[in-house]
Design a protein around this ligand. Structure first.
Ligand code: 13P
Length: 252
């Protein structure tokens, strides 16, 4: 079994101006240098050119937070994979619960986006996760399996071995109420099991599955040590150099 590299991915959401972003990444470079984790910053579209430039010569990779699935056309306000790829983007976060809730992103759209991202040579970070009500109703497993099964429709085994999935229980996002290590591990294991059912265990052992939801400098180490958790998708704590640095270097 090949070892999966732990990923520390920041999702800045709608935070930091282009100037602030460049300053942050310039300082993050030193903290991230030589880290065992793969370091990713998910920045607003307008910050991408500056951040890619600032990250040059470092081990920091850049993610976008959304993309349209079409290559071009009359889609006012949207951005294509080709545009992101040309700027030097490596990853694209798709299906975040905030985009599902406020911008009507559906599982079918997420599937189209995943295909387009992979075809363009980038890697999707596909988010999933249940609401508090769904958890209380006992349908977390069904819900997450449903979301991921549709997101992966038509993807090849080789593609699925390269993607990243982020399990983010909605009740844990921005609330300071982190899932317990066991709760996070349980759902990440369910997702890995689903991939094994669909693509075989050779593939499911390669796919990285992150946990997201109030990850911080003090809980990252234990969460990332769980067998099926391959790192974190980090919101609030990724905006602070000290906290994100500690998450990147959780193993020290
Ligand atoms: P917080 O880490 O702020 O809870 O956000 C998690 C998240 O939504 C990352 O995508």
């Amino acid at each position: 079994m090949s070892k999966r590299v732990i990923m520390a991915a920041g999702n800045w959401k709608m935070n930091k101006t282009p100037k602030e972003a460049v300053e942050f990444v310039s300082q993050l470079k030193d903290i991230a240098a030589g880290a065992e984790s793969e370091v990713v910053v998910g920045v607003p579209f307008v910050c991408i050119p500056g951040v890619v430039e600032a990250a040059k010569g470092s081990n920091i990779k850049v993610a976008a937070q959304n993309v349209h699935w079409e290559a071009s056309g009359a889609y006012t306000g949207e951005v294509s994979c080709g545009m992101l790829k040309e700027l030097g983007v490596n990853y694209v976060i798709i299906g975040h619960s905030e985009r599902r809730e406020y911008f009507g992103e559906t599982n079918e759209m997420i599937n189209k986006k995943a295909k387009a991202i992979l075809e363009s040579g980038m890697i999707p970070i596909i988010c999933c996760g249940e609401t508090l009500t769904q958890r209380e109703q006992g349908v977390t497993s069904e819900h997450v399996r449903y979301q991921i099964k549709i997101a992966l429709l038509g993807l090849s085994a080789e593609e699925v071995s390269r993607i990243v999935i982020a399990y983010e229980p909605i009740w844990a996002i921005g609330t300071g109420k982190t899932a317990t290590n066991e709760q996070a591990e349980e759902v990440c294991a369910i997702i890995r099991q689903l991939i094994a059912e669909l693509y075989g265990s050779d593939v499911s052992e390669k796919t990285r599955i992150l946990y997201g939801g109030s990850v911080n400098a003090s809980n990252a180490k234990e969460l990332f040590a769980m067998p099926n958790i391959d790192g974190g998708l980090v919101g609030g704590a990724s905006l602070k150099l000290d906290a994100f640095g500690k998450i990147i270097r959780h193993y020290e």
